[in-house]
Design a protein around this ligand. Structure first.
Ligand code: HCB
Length: 210
């Protein structure tokens, strides 16, 4: 009987087992199961579980680090096998706000936008606000999508709104904010065009923004 790969993916992340994560990712590719389900209900669910354990102080930071490494390893294997939709829908600049090194969710969003036909410039993590503005101008971007996982870095998203206006780019460049501590109300409060709850939502919103 074939094993439950979604559960195996979740367990691999929870156990911080990088080798098991690689095995399950490769098995998922050859078995032809829905890779998006593996990412959402397996890997991401595992990381959510880890986040909850960390919040309750049941595990310490090194466990979070090895779980994150297991998830990243699986994502690196899966990414080239995700079905790509052809087309050039628009240019998106994406990155995690300065001071914040969390990049797993941002990278999933970047991947989903890319395979759904957007031209994506991923600036990585810990990205200064000025860099978002400079790159948006340089690349003639349609959307700036930012991610922040910490309450301490949320203000960077507000600064982007202010700097975009100061640079005279606010009318041209749409903005989308995301990350665990932010929500729709935050987006409205700072004047962002949209809030993306998860990677699929981010794709739907990017389509709507254009
Ligand atoms: Co980290 N960490 N962490 N962490 N971490 C959080 C974020 C806390 C909430 C944990 C807690 O205390 N409960 C917390 C922040 C508290 C706060 O500010 N309120 C926290 C802290 C405090 C820290 C350190 C400061 C810990 C320390 O050093 N003492 C440190 C950060 C240092 C720094 O950044 N300067 C730290 C470090 C780490 C790592 C390195 C161990 C690791 C990150 C590895 C990496 O990213 N490469 C890590 C992790 C993994 C987490 C948790 C457990 C999981 C985050 C994650 O990857 N989730 C997180 C707990 C949590 O979030 N509840 C914890 C899975 C992804 C798939 O979800 O929400 O990121 P996501 O992304 C979604 C969604 O939000 C949306 O789509 C994604 C896909 O569905 N989305 C967007 C995301 N970005 C978007 C952008 C858009 O435009 C649109 C949609």
């Amino acid at each position: 009987m074939s094993r439950d790969l979604v559960k195996a993916a979740k367990d691999a992340v929870i156990n911080g087992d990088e080798e098991a994560a690689a095995v399950v990712a490769n098995e998922a590719i050859s078995s032809g199961i829905d890779l998006f389900r593996l990412i959402d209900d397996g890997l991401t669910a595992g990381m959510t579980d880890i986040g909850e354990q960390f919040a309750k102080e049941e595990i310490s930071l090194p466990y979070v680090m090895i779980a994150a490494q297991a998830m990243t390893t699986a994502m690196d294997i899966l990414e080239p096998h995700l079905p790509v939709k052809e087309g050039k829908k628009g240019k998106v600049i994406i990155g995690t706000i300065e001071g914040d090194i969390h990049d797993i969710g941002k990278s999933i969003v970047a991947t989903m936008l890319r395979i759904n036909g957007f031209e994506v410039f991923d600036l990585g993590r810990d990205v200064p606000v000025e860099t978002f503005i400079e790159k948006a101008r340089e690349m003639d971007a349609d959307i700036i999508a930012t991610s922040t996982l910490m309450t301490t870095t949320m203000m960077g998203q507000k600064l982007i709104e202010e700097k975009l206006s100061a640079a005279g780019l606010r009318a041209k460049v749409k903005t989308m904010v995301g990350g665990a501590p932010v929500n729709k109300e935050w987006a409205q409060r700072i004047g962002a065009d949209a809030y993306g709850e998860n990677a699929m939502d981010a794709v739907t919103i990017a389509n709507e923004l254009l």
